[in-house]
Design a protein around this ligand. Structure first.
Ligand SMILES: [Ca+2]
Length: 238
């Protein structure tokens, strides 16, 4: 059993899971462990335990591309919508990395603790860069492939490329037969070194209606302002 205790000893808390992964890996299987916190909504609340997360392949450019209109994804990114292989418990029944929640089982709001294992697949190659996205207002039970997020839906995203903060692996697909622990997002509020805002769902899908008034609706405001200015100048001239 793993427990995340904000404020210290975080890395050691994930070791037990990694050892389990290593023992279960075989020649054609890739095992990825990820954990951390705190994952939050757009307003800074802890992400709900049933909110949707997705594993994302960052594509050839190796970075997140903004989600497109009426889509789950953008640019050269792709959702890792691969089925989970057997061998590691997945008691809450999610079938693929296209849609899952924070923890196997109920878990704790804002706290990620997941182990994935995939059989070799041509769509997941060693060296591919991965990231994770979370959608605070979409339930994980809405599987990937269903209706795309509504315009203006908030989402968060995280990857670790180029530099490890906690001594674990960059978010890169390992060789088949390998088990890897991704270097976690651990915000300062959670006892780590990542800025708290990295865990916030601060992105929005495109196409949202805006609060900027249309040009035509401004005319009465301009007219009223002009009339008030004329009245003031007449009054001052008296
Ligand atoms: Ca990309």
């Amino acid at each position: 059993m793993k427990t995340v205790i904000p404020g210290g000893g975080i890395l050691s808390l994930f070791v037990a899971g990694s050892l389990l992964c290593a023992s279960l890996a075989h020649a054609t299987m890739i095992t990825i462990s990820m954990a951390g916190g705190e994952f939050r909504t757009e307003t800074g609340s802890a992400l709900g335990t049933g909110a949707m997360l997705q594993l994302v392949n960052l594509g050839a450019n190796g970075v997140f591309d903004s989600i497109g209109l009426a889509s789950w994804i953008g640019g050269d990114d792709s959702v890792v919508n691969l089925p989970f292989a057997s061998g590691i418990p997945n008691v809450d029944g999610y079938a693929s990395a296209g849609s899952f929640d924070l923890t196997d089982g109920v878990g704790t709001a804002g706290t990620l603790d997941r182990v994935f294992n995939f059989d070799f697949d041509v769509n997941l190659n060693p060296g591919d860069k991965l990231g994770i996205r979370w959608f605070p207002h979409i339930a994980a039970s809405n599987s990937y492939g269903s209706t795309a997020p509504a315009p203006g839906s908030f989402y968060g995203q995280f990857t670790r490329q180029g530099m490890s903060l906690y001594g674990d692996a960059e978010w890169i697909v390992p060789e088949a037969g390998s088990a890897v622990i991704f270097d976690s997002l651990i915000t300062t509020a959670f006892g780590g070194s990542d800025f708290n805002n990295i865990g916030v769902a601060s992105f929005q899908t495109p196409g949202a209606s805006t609060s900027v008034p249309e040009a035509g609706s401004l005319l009465p405001i301009f007219a009223a302002t002009f009339a008030a200015l004329c009245w003031y100048r007449r009054r001052m001239a008296q």
